[in-house]
Design a binder for this molecule. Structure first.
Ligand code: SAM
Ligand code: DTB
Ligand code: SF4
Length: 364
């Protein structure tokens, strides 16, 4: 195992990111091989269990209620619907199901109890279960852990500085607080971000400083390329270049040597050659299935053909960590405390978010 460094600075990370590409690739691939099997890629399937109508103003997100996008909102799925989707994902080679809800934060009550039952159900199918439900308290994280949750996804998305240009309804520290709450349990942390939102390279490095100085570092880090959705404040962003994606993946691999680095949103825009370079540079996970949460993703058969072509094998579930045991609701040690996660309201306005909101009102 390589030595773990927890004090990366922005300058050090920028120096890595800006290396001549061949040197960057060689360094990242070398670190990758020391810590991971380079021919194994973990495959996750996303499931939007509750779509649209979210009260936050994340500038990239088609599910924010205040923007006018083509997303059709849905109430929380039933446990049986989720089970059927998880079985489909399992039969197509996924080892993990990641359930996403368009919530600002988790509220105790019937809906959260239903999510806990979904976690138990998927864990009993011997698949890794991940949730991304917005902000959670320590008690909610404990209840998810007890139900058998394997990972919780909560992205930092960008640098602390650029975060303020994208989201006005919560602060960076709120994200860090939820990650901290997850860390107090045995659930693994999945946290990463998005490139292509108009941020500069310093911001990308800043996000990697924030992730790499977490101790322990996240077990998994998704790197998303922005999917610019019509109606969102970021609708006009130009697609991120594949070279930026490769550099970002390679740099992430170097500063997070043991983390599973996931090629996430934006793969429909990437060629097989481009993705192959990302795998070489240290990406070792993907989201599979023809849909992310609300936007398209490559066809699963095409992905399996790509795996065959590149000699990649899907990772078996629970390779990195033993399967958690699910405690039934009736045997739970924890009671719902009815508390809300504490969050800040930074109280600043983002011009392009305001403009998208106004435009949405005129269209509705
Ligand atoms: N509501 C929860 C939250 O914000 O944490 C969970 C769902 S949210 C959709 C999960 C993540 O998806 C976001 O943090 C962001 O990184 C990513 N995401 C959302 N919209 C995206 C887009 N248009 N392009 C790329 N990534 C996106
Ligand atoms: C992550 O980092 N990316 C995934 C998952 N975690 C939840 C979500 C991508 C969403 C892309 C936009 C959409 O499909 O709505
Ligand atoms: Fe809501 Fe999450 Fe979308 Fe932000 S990213 S608007 S919190 S669903």
């Amino acid at each position: 195992m390589s030595e773990m460094k927890h004090n990366w600075t922005k300058e050090e990370i920028l120096e890595i990111y800006n290396k001549p590409l061949m040197e960057l690739l060689y360094e990242a691939a070398t670190i990758h091989r020391v810590n991971h099997d380079p021919n194994t890629v973990q495959v996750s399937t996303l499931l939007s269990i509750k779509t649209g109508g979210c009260s936050e103003d994340c500038g990239y997100c088609p599910q924010a209620a205040r923007y006018h996008t083509n997303v059709k909102g849905n109430d929380l799925m039933t446990v049986n619907q989720v089970k059927a989707q998880a079985l489909r994902a399992k039969s197509s080679g996924s080892s993990r199901v990641c359930m996403g809800a368009a919530w600002r934060n988790v509220k105790d009550g019937e809906e959260f109890d239903q999510v806990l039952e979904m976690v138990r159900t998927i864990n009993k199918l011997d698949m890794e279960v991940c949730c991304t439900l917005g902000m959670i308290t320590e008690n909610q994280a404990q209840r998810l852990a007890e139900a058998g949750l394997y990972a919780y996804n909560h992205n930092l998305d960008s640098s602390e500085e650029y975060y303020k240009e994208v989201i006005s309804t919560r602060g960076y520290q709120d994200r860090l607080d939820t990650i901290d709450n997850v860390r107090k349990t045995n659930v693994t942390v999945c946290s990463g971000g998005i490139i292509g939102m108009g941020e500069n390279i310093e911001d990308r490095a800043g996000m990697l400083v924030a992730l790499s100085t977490l101790n322990p570092q996240p077990e998994s880090t998704p790197i998303n390329a922005l999917v610019a959705v019509e109606g969102t404040p970021l609708e006009d962003q130009k697609p991120v270049s594949i070279w930026d994606m490769i550099r970002m993946v390679a740099t992430t691999r170097i500063v997070l040597p043991e983390t599973q680095v996931r090629l996430s949103a934006g793969r429909t825009q990437m060629s097989r050659e481009g993705q192959a370079m990302c795998f070489f540079a240290g990406a070792n996970s993907i989201f599979a299935g023809d849909k992310l949460l609300t936007t398209p993703n490559p066809d699963v058969n095409e992905d399996m053909k790509m795996f065959e072509l590149l000699g990649l094998n899907p990772q078996k579930p629970f390779t990195k960590k033993v399967q958690p045991q699910s405690v039934e609701a009736a045997d739970s040690k924890f009671e719902a405390l009815g508390e809300k996660p504490k969050w800040t309201r930074p109280d600043h306005k983002i011009e392009r978010n305001e403009a998208a909101k106004v435009k949405s009102k005129t269209l509705k």
